[in-house]
Design a protein around this ligand. Structure first.
Ligand code: PXP
Length: 238
């Protein structure tokens, strides 16, 4: 099973100061050194975290799978077809949301998503659809010629006790159904160091896409060394 690391969260910290650090491109190269087999970025319409420059540099530098998450808009289709990432994941995008909240409504937007898939396929780029764990969405994704689906694990991640088991079963059934209809199946959103194993042990998932928890842990495991290095500089100077 591959691990795709989402580095948007590094860019979110950079954009808090609109400066140059921390650089998500540097974070991506370090994630690859750590074993990431994929790098994901979501270029949002409002450019709140990842910038066009990041995407261009990642395309040059990343030797593993570059997954561009994007809304199905004309501007984004133009960017994707020019840049040619290794894959595109279509997601719904709302300006007010803190992160991608739900999966694509593949059933009600079948026609427009299908046209977007065709345009991206014309450039030889595989397309994944980020969908809620619902067998109907999976069937619809197959009908409109998606190559892959990414099952939204956020509801599983947020649920507790019995409800979590129910949500896990929804993910398991969705993975099975996706395999049965011949879709490649990935999963992601809200996965962390405590809830990942149950998802990672589902047979048939090709890859997991994880961001927030990895970047959050990186801040904590790196803080001691970062403070020590600053102390050394100050001590040497005084
Ligand atoms: N997959 C998709 C489609 C997403 O939008 C996100 C969040 O950017 C992720 C996976 C990763 O989610 P998280 O940051 O919660 O690990």
């Amino acid at each position: 099973m591959i691990l795709g690391v989402n580095v948007d969260h590094v860019a979110t910290i950079r954009q808090a100061r609109k400066g140059i650090e921390p650089d998500p491109v540097m974070a991506a190269t370090l994630a690859i050194l750590g074993g990431a087999e994929g790098i994901t970025v979501h270029l949002r319409e409002d450019r709140r975290h990842i910038q066009d420059r990041d995407l261009k540099m990642l395309k040059e530098l990343v030797p593993v799978e570059l997954n561009l998450e994007m809304a199905a808009t004309k501007d984004m289709i133009d960017i994707a077809t020019q840049l040619k990432p290794d894959m595109v994941t279509l997601v719904p995008e709302k300006r007010q949301e803190l992160t991608t909240e739900g999966g694509l409504d593949v059933r009600s937007q079948k026609r427009s998503i299908s046209e977007t898939i065709k345009k991206i396929h014309d450039y030889g780029i595989p397309v994944s659809l980020f969908i809620n764990p619902d067998v109907n969405y999976i069937s619809s994704s197959k009908q409109i010629a998606a190559d892959m689906v990414e099952i939204h694990t956020g509801m599983y991640a947020n649920a507790k006790d019995k409800k979590q088991e129910t949500e896990l079963n929804r993910v398991i059934n969705s993975v099975r159904h996706a395999q049965d209809v011949g879709l490649i199946v990935n999963a992601g959103h809200g996965l962390n160091y405590f809830n990942v194993t149950k998802i990672a042990s589902i047979q048939g998932i090709r890859g997991l896409y994880i961001g927030h928890s990895i970047i959050s842990r990186a801040v904590l495991v790196g803080i001691e060394r970062a403070v020590r290095e600053m102390k050394e500089l100050i001590t040497e100077a005084t």
